[in-house]
Design a protein around this ligand. Sequence first.
Ligand SMILES: Cc1cn([C@H]2C[C@H](O)[C@@H](COP(=O)(O)OP(=O)(O)O[C@H]3O[C@@H](C)C(=O)[C@@H](O)[C@H]3O)O2)c(=O)[nH]c1=O
Length: 182
Amino acid sequence: MRFIPTDLKDAYLVELEPRGDDRGFFARTMCREEFSVIGIESDFVQQNISYSAQRGTLRGLHFQKSPHGEDKLIRCISGAIVDVIVDIRQDSPTYMQHQMFELTSRNRLQLFVPKGFAHSFMTLEENVEVSYLVTTRYTPSSEDGLRYDDEALGIEWPLPVSVISDKDANWPLISQRDGRLY
Ligand SMILES: Cc1cn([C@H]2C[C@H](O)[C@@H](COP(=O)(O)OP(=O)(O)O[C@H]3O[C@@H](C)C(=O)[C@@H](O)[C@H]3O)O2)c(=O)[nH]c1=O
């Protein structure tokens, strides 16, 4: 695997290193030893998949509040998404900055998102499946989120939103919050 630093501290794009032969190829998608070489010691405990039927479906931006923060390793296994992450660690040099990545079943790129980030994606095609590993079990009481259209974030989504959950359409704006985000 090749780890490509992003503009945001501690977040990486993870490129596969396929070993090809007559049958096709083989590649590792997660390897504790390779991750630890660059200082990632994530202990993944749950794997999730989501299916979105329509192009323009938006999920996020989600995080679990500290101490239930989770590292995530995201992969689009069918179709294509733009994945958007926001660094919400108050002591980080890239605090409140966001970055957008195109993850597709063709480029097979993975995105490593550390705890203390809000995470979201928008589907660019119909019938999209996203698979991801997380390091913390689902803790609904610590669930939180940022609004995809919060002017304080200024995210330029590539498509109009076609489908969004009520929960995601109604997260409070950053200007309406007190205290630390994470
Ligand atoms: C995240 C999650 C949800 N659920 C349940 C709660 C609910 O009934 C149903 C759908 O949940 P949600 O609406 O939160 O699903 P979704 O909006 O797809 O949530 C996901 O969004 C992306 C962007 C992330 O980063 C993920 O960590 C996760 O928060 O699944 C679990 O049982 N376990 C889980 O780990």
